[in-house]
Design a protein around this ligand. Structure first.
Ligand code: IVH
Length: 668
């Protein structure tokens, strides 16, 4: 096709692909979305008025094409191998031993990449144009999903630089967490089953016969290899650089690492940091960087000897839902909690997981007896994300929402637009127990020996009714001693622990009060600014919002708490029983004046809170993350990403001992 229309179509295609790359690959758009849309619309209109102008690399194909009847088969030019796995540092080191022995080398250069949690795909380019895209299949033959692949971000329809002949590019199709959340919100609004994880949503999206449905999933592609029939460079790092130049999305987190120790550190760093990535990874792939060394090592039937996949602990697992327990929290919210057949997930054994609330439970259609998917990501509370419907027993029934409090029998309800069910009875024993347990917990009054069982027991027999009653126990030692399992010695210890707690720092006392939205950190912010209990009890909204770290919502919760006469009476009671929270001293020096310190790794001589309090006493600030503003990092054993960041930014790093040595004699 020649002529001005064909020229304009070609020009539009080039422009659109360039802006696609700037946007999706480089994250550096040069035009607005509406300017982009205008270019796109012009091309769509041109192609529909003149079908002869259409090409197989036109960006208009990115919106999807009419459905196929079935997928074709595609034989990969070079087989798509899979990788051996390592699950521990020992196994990584054993891999390095095998590699070094195989090469007769004392140290090897590796290239470490994120292991993207999606579906692998092979793209074949002929003379610079995308010809076919295929799933892995059995590794030799896969399903041809070319129209679908064209809708995936990061898949160039034609290469950015000329390249003759065939090129196979391998990589992973995945879904970003934001796109996944958006998809699930939309699905649940339409009454459709939500996806358990982005991997399933991506793999399913890739296998739609109607590529317009694939386009709607907003999938992304990251390249990680080329088929071995072609070499783009002498190393894996060089190959990825070349692929980037050809227009593929390649992640910047990958790096060359010399020796296995550096590999172990990289793996540790990313296992800590994985939650901060905008997409899921399930491990790290470690590859020998030099291709000549890769060739020398060769492959077994299973996979290459020159690469290994280090797998993180799985964040999801299947197990059976044995029952649903309704748990009443400190503020009366009733949370359905799953009672599970114990299962290993995210590195721990889980037998309880949250089901959030009854609306969510209904939407996810989870039933007792179901095989469910349990998720535990990072430090987050384990949750049930959904059921495996195929395995559901035909006589299962949807769980019923409770109408009365399981603990006190009061009717449950919802306040305002809240989704949570609530017990409004302030005297509800479950709420009282939860309040007391919070008050005595380590981050509050820290009363050792007062565990859940004992508190519940004392509540049952009426020896404890509220917080002040704890401080009256010392007069009832004989009654305490006759309780099973509480001998005289432990009664003495318990009474002593209660006594000691009377003089805890003010911020712990404030945390212990259980004011909504006020945890340890907010309590510390509060008492650092408003230094006495009396001032705090009288602080108004303006005084509270003036405290750094306290916003309008938290300020009105605090104000509301102290406006309640019952709460003021409670504090008076505690004070009259001898509770005397220790108010913070002013800074005793300016050793750390104007400085921001970060503690990372394990501290061996003090708790993190003590360390941070020391910094404050000497006029400095302690922060949880390393940035350009950090002046000193105190690193203990096991320090990972924060230490690396400090080194990267050139921030001074010292040990815990060095830190203690900086303090004047007698204050350590
Ligand atoms: S390289 C012969 N690199 O993990 C080497 N694979 O367990 C082929 N994967 O099937 C794979 N991220 O689907 C490689 N950066 C990465 C990867 C990666 C994810 C997947 C891929 C592969 C599986 C192997």
């Amino acid at each position: 096709m020649d002529g001005p229309l064909a020229d304009r179509a070609a020009e539009l295609r080039k422009l659109i692909e360039r802006h696609n790359r700037l946007y999706h690959q480089l994250d550096a758009p040069e035009i607005s979305d509406s300017e982009y849309d205008a270019l796109f619309r012009e091309l769509v209109e041109l192609e529909s008025a003149h079908p002869e102008l259409k090409t197989d690399d036109s960006p208009t194909l990115r919106i999807g094409a009419p459905p196929l009847a079935e997928f074709g088969q595609h034989r990969h030019l070079t087989p798509m191998l899979s990788l051996d796995n390592a699950f521990s540092e020992e196994e990584l080191r054993a891999f390095d031993d095998r590699v070094r022995r195989g090469l007769g080398a004392s140290e090897v250069e590796y290239y470490a990449e994120l292991k993207y949690d999606g579906a692998s795909i092979s793209l074949t380019y002929q003379d610079g144009r995308l010809r076919t895209a295929a799933t892995r299949g059995d590794g030799t033959v896969g399903e041809e999903v070319t129209p679908n692949a064209r809708t995936v971000r990061g898949v160039p329809l034609s290469l950015a630089e000329p390249l003759d002949g065939a090129l196979e590019v391998r990589g992973e199709v995945l879904m970003f967490k934001a796109a996944f959340d958006e998809l699930n919100v939309a699905r649940s609004a339409r009454g459709q089953q939500v996806f358990a994880n982005p991997r399933n949503a991506a793999a399913g999206g890739l296998r739609q016969l109607d590529s317009r449905l694939t386009a709607a999933r907003k999938l992304s592609f990251f390249a990680y290899a080329v088929g071995q029939s072609r070499r783009l460079a002498d190393t894996q790092s060089g190959t990825l650089e070349r692929l980037h130049g050809l227009g593929f999305a390649v992640r910047p987190e990958a790096g060359t690492l010399v020796g296995v120790d550096a590999v172990v550190r990289y793996v540790e760093r990313w296992s800590e940091r994985r939650a901060s990535l905008p997409f899921g990874i399930d491990g790290i792939v470690v590859k020998v960087n030099r291709l000549d060394q890769q060739e020398e090592l060769g492959s077994t039937a299973r996979g290459p000897r020159w690469a290994i996949a280090y797998k993180f602990a799985a964040e999801q697992a299947f197990t059976r839902l044995l029952g649903i327990v309704n748990q009443v929290g400190r503020t009366g919210t009733v949370t359905p909690v799953a009672d599970l057949e114990p299962v290993h997930v995210g590195g721990v054994t889980v037998s309880r997981a949250t089901l959030h609330n009854y609306e969510d439970l209904k939407r996810r259609d989870v039933r007792v007896g179901d095989t469910v998917i349990v998720q535990r990501a990072g430090d987050v509370i384990p949750e049930v994300v959904g059921s495996v419907l195929d395995k559901r027993s035909p006589d299962s029934a949807a769980p019923e929402e409770p109408t009365v409090c399981p603990e006190c029998g009061s009717p449950l309800g919802r306040s305002g637009s809240e989704v949570a069910l609530r017990c409004f009875n302030k005297a509800c024993p479950a709420q009282v127990a939860a309040k007391i347990l919070h008050f005595v917990s380590r981050s509050a009054m820290d009363i050792e020996g007062l565990g859940e069982k004992l508190v519940v027991r004392l509540l049952d027999i009426g020896m404890v009714t509220d917080l002040p009653s704890l401080y009256r126990l010392h007069g009832r030692k004989t009654e305490l001693a006759v309780l099973d399992r509480l001998g005289e010695l432990s009664v003495a210890n318990l009474v002593e622990a209660i006594e000691t707690s009377k003089a805890r720092p003010l911020d712990r006392f404030v945390n212990g009060l259980g004011i909504r939205h006020v945890g340890s950190k907010t309590a510390r912010d509060l008492t650092r600014a408003i230094r006495t209990l009396e001032a705090l009890r009288r602080a108004d909204y303006d005084a509270l919002t003036a405290v750094s770290g306290i916003g309008p919502q938290v300020a009105s919760e605090i104000e509301g708490f102290f406006e309640e006469p019952a709460n003021q009476a409670l504090i008076d009671d505690l004070l009259s029983l001898g509770v005397a929270p220790v108010e913070p001293e002013g800074p005793i020096g300016h050793l750390f004046g104007g400085q921001t310190l970060v503690f990372t790794g394990k501290l061996e001589h003090m708790t993190r809170e003590d360390a941070e309090a020391l910094v404050a006493r000497f006029g400095g600030k302690a922060s949880g993350s390393v940035s350009k503003l950090t002046t000193l990092v105190v690193a203990g054993p096991g320090a990972g990403s924060k230490l690396a960041k400090a080194e990267e930014l050139g921030v001074k790093v010292v040990s815990e001992e060095d830190f203690l040595a900086m303090l004047p004699e007698g204050t350590r």
